[in-house]
Write a protein that binds this ligand. Structure first.
Ligand code: THG
Length: 265
């Protein structure tokens, strides 16, 4: 599974402070630690508090680029901030994210093609987050059609069926699993699937347990990528074990070590 490190996000106080003070060390430490822990890409989000989001994104990406060439997942809803991030990060980045209404897809799909980037499309549109799996599938189909029309290869489109906290909406985890299964039937080859895993446990008292369990469940129905806390070693162990049980890695007695060696960037 494609593991995207979630920690460089202004939602975390230490990251918000580093951005505000333009202090590179905490950011570069997080980049290195996450890659060492098995991240294959890094999510980059300036957070809600950043005053000048354009300048903050550019600084954040350049600061990370001083220590790694790993793919960066530029996490912003603002097209101009996205563009600035992509320009600083270079090709092979990921646009995170476009919503599923046509006006948004018309902006972000061509941007992905132009910048040789992948695109995460959320199953959210002008009516909000759909209540069930079918609603998510309809929006995903719109994103698939836009990618086909604009020449974005299907292996660079990632559908995010949008997971929400289980303590807020308990039917959602099940709906999202059904949506992930259905997305794989939309086209041949199908688009990739991704989730922001930690959303599922926000505000709960068993965060790690809920994250780990749901990751394994989603992996079993075909999840290809996830934005996760890669610093949670047990979560990564479970991910690696699930991959083995899905027959995506060859069994060896030291399969954890073998996987980590082969996935290292
Ligand atoms: N889909 C896509 N991108 C996303 C999300 C998604 N990006 C952001 C988010 N959701 C995924 N990343 C996180 C990062 C952190 C947390 C949850 C999701 C998190 N943070 C602690 C909290 O809110 O409790 C912060 C705690 C602290 O301040 O220290 O849980 O769904 N495409």
């Amino acid at each position: 599974m494609y593991a995207i490190g979630e920690r460089i996000n202004g939602m975390f106080k230490s990251v918000a402070a580093a951005i505000k003070e333009k202090n590179p060390e905490p950011i570069q430490d997080l980049a290195r630690e996450q890659l060492k822990a098995g991240a294959q890409a890094l999510d980059v989000n300036v957070g809600p508090a950043a005053e000048d989001a354009l300048a903050a994104m550019e600084w954040l990406v350049k600061t990370i680029r001083e220590v790694t060439e790993a793919p960066l997942v530029i996490d912003t809803t603002k097209p101009e901030v996205m563009r600035r991030g992509l320009e600083a990060a270079g090709s092979g980045s990921v646009i995170n994210s476009s919503k599923g209404q046509q006006e948004q897809l018309d902006i972000f799909v061509p941007m992905a093609v132009e910048h040789e980037a992948s695109l995460i499309a959320l199953t959210i549109d002008e009516n909000g987050i759909p209540r069930d799996a079918n609603g998510r599938g309809e929006i995903a189909l719109r994103a698939v059609a836009a990618a086909m029309e604009k020449g974005l290869p299907m292996d660079r489109l990632m559908i995010d069926a949008v997971i929400l906290p289980v303590n807020v909406t308990q039917p959602t985890p099940g709906h999202v699993l059904e949506a992930i299964r259905n997305v794989k039937l939309l086209s041949d080859p199908p688009p990739k699937t991704v989730l922001g895993l930690s959303n599922v446990s926000q505000g709960t008292r068993q965060r790690e347990l809920i994250n780990r369990t749901y990751l394994v469940m989603a992996l079993a129905v075909g999840l290809d990528a996830a934005i996760v806390d890669v610093l949670d070693t047990e979560l990564m162990d479970e991910m690696i074990t699930a991959e083995l049980l899905m027959n995506r890695a060859v069994y060896a007695d030291d399969f954890l070590k073998a996987y980590r060696a082969s996935a290292a960037p």
